[in-house]
Ligand binder design. Structure first.
Ligand SMILES: [Zn+2]
Length: 168
């Protein structure tokens, strides 16, 4: 078997519908809006996509395997706690994060004023620098369900590399 370079890429995708009266949490940052995203946890669509990108890169099962949405323990949970656990799981398998890049598809709210806050929260949870995280936001140009502002979708890519020993 060939020796491959010790780097792996992963991809994650998530989507949550809007719901009035729910907290609006993206990348660990709460937006001041009368609506939020519906879901079992805090419905942080961006953080969920990042978790899946990291787990996928490491060849591990997805976020639903580790944190089932049928488990009352995760009801309303701060998704930063999930990302912290994913980072620990990767470290235990000797994986380090090279970088994470993301794209949010959202007609609302305005994302850009909070991007630096989101990077800071995500970097702290993942144990990396803010310069290792990219956050982009786009609308869906009024096309389809996302364009009708029925919810928010997030895409994430992650690059990881294998170290020689666990780094906790
Ligand atoms: Zn989710």
């Amino acid at each position: 078997m060939k020796t491959l370079p010790p780097i792996r890429i992963g991809q994650g995708y998530d989507i949550h519908p809007f719901k009035d009266g729910r907290p609006m949490v993206l990348g660990g940052v709460t937006f001041d809006t009368p609506y939020g995203l519906d879901g079992h946890s805090d419905a942080d669509v961006l953080t969920h996509a990042i978790c899946d990108a990291l787990l996928g890169a490491a060849g591990l099962p997805d976020i639903g395997h580790y944190f089932p949405n049928t488990d009352p323990a995760y009801k309303g949970i701060d998704s930063q706690e999930l990302l912290k656990q994913v980072a620990i799981t990767l470290h235990e398998s000797c994986w380090e994060i090279v970088n994470i890049d993301t794209a949010l598809i959202a007609e609302k709210p305005k994302i850009y004023p909070r991007v630096e806050d989101m990077k800071a929260r995500l970097a702290a949870s993942a144990g990396i620098e803010t310069s290792q995280i990219g956050i982009k936001a786009t609308t869906n140009e009024k096309i389809g369900s996302l364009g009708r502002a029925e919810g928010i979708a997030a895409h994430a890519s992650a690059l990881i590399y294998k170290t020689n020993e666990p780094n906790n």
